[in-house]
Design a protein around this ligand. Structure first.
Ligand code: NAP
Ligand code: MN
Length: 266
């Protein structure tokens, strides 16, 4: 089996990554940064997001494992004290793979420009560079509302505990192939109206955001921030691809949520 390790880059994470690498090499696993079967992320969720984007071209072949070094590590199952146990598990036991839904984002431009496709593990957010964001929101080809406000967030189930949660969105179990649309400070009065509630869209219900005025947009895909000009539309839906995590022991989603947001103690 071939493995790769992504480190957050701080001292603690680097030492841990180095240790795991030499232990795994001792077990005669092969280090392959380009085509790993498993990628171990050492750091926090940011590190895992980075690793996901590094291997997004081979999501069907690379499974992820998270070790967290002092950060929240919602995606991480292991703590530094457990790495010997983890290394033995990786080397000796067949692991289970759990798959979680992803968000597909296609950005199209005016003037026959290229279209760009992205995959997000957490979410995509759209904000206007200048002034109020004004977007027609279409769902399944029908105009739903004209949004005016600070921005919109479209998240995956596993991303629902990140930015989406801060916006008052629901936490979605990742067995649901769905995406969630949440608002950032919408303008609501006699003249302008949006739904106000987060919307959860099933598989194949495409959400299309169409700019009403011609401004530049700040679009984020997970931790990446992009500037897009001449945007014709931003299309969001559940992706065909999934992210795969290598599981060596059960870690139910609601336990993960409880330990991240309520208490680490049982
Ligand atoms: P960051 O500023 O370190 O992320 C903010 C926090 O979100 C960190 O504590 C991070 O955990 C945590 N986080 C990331 N993904 C999560 C998930 N799926 N469930 C629960 N918590 C999660 O930046 P980053 O590490 O590069 O992460 C980028 C993410 O930050 C974005 O995808 C977005 O979701 C989130 N974000 C949140 C807000 C907000 O809540 N107002 C604003 C902007 C961005 P770690 O400490 O383990 O990294
Ligand atoms: Mn982080």
């Amino acid at each position: 089996m071939k493995f790769a390790i992504s480190s957050k880059g701080d001292g603690t994470s680097n030492i841990l990554a180095q240790k795991m690498r030499s232990y795994l090499l001792d077990f005669e696993l092969e280090y392959d940064e380009d085509e790993p079967d498993i990628c171990i992320s050492v750091g926090g969720d940011g590190t895992l997001l980075y690793a996901f984007h590094r291997y997004r071209g081979r999501l069907d072949k690379t499974a992820f494992i998270g070790v967290h070094t002092g950060h929240l590590g919602f995606y991480a199952d292991w703590v530094p004290e457990e790495i010997e146990k983890l290394v033995i598990a990786i080397a000796k036991t067949p692991y289970q793979v759990v798959e979680y839904p992803l968000l597909e984002v296609i950005i199209r431009h005016h003037h026959g420009g290229k279209e760009t496709r992205y995959l997000a593990l957490n979410e995509c957010t759209v904000k206007s560079i200048e002034g109020t964001l004004v977007m027609d929101v279409e769902i399944k080809g029908q105009l739903f509302e004209t949004f005016r406000g600070d921005g919109l967030c479209i998240s995956t189930p596993t991303g629902s505990t990140a930015y989406n949660k801060a916006l008052g969105g629901a936490i979605l179990h990742p067995s649901l192939p769905a995406i969630q649309l949440t608002e950032m400070a919408s303008i609501n009065n006699r003249v302008f109206r949006t739904i106000g509630s987060p919307l959860i869209l099933p598989d194949h219900h495409t959400c299309l955001l169409r700019p009403v005025n011609d401004v530049d947009y700040q679009i984020t895909i997970d931790h990446l921030t992009l500037l897009h000009k001449n945007v014709k539309s931003i299309q969001c839906r559940v992706a065909n691809e999934k992210v795969r995590f290598a599981r060596f022991r059960p870690f139910p989603f609601w336990k993960r949520v409880r330990e991240s947001f309520i208490t680490e103690n049982d």
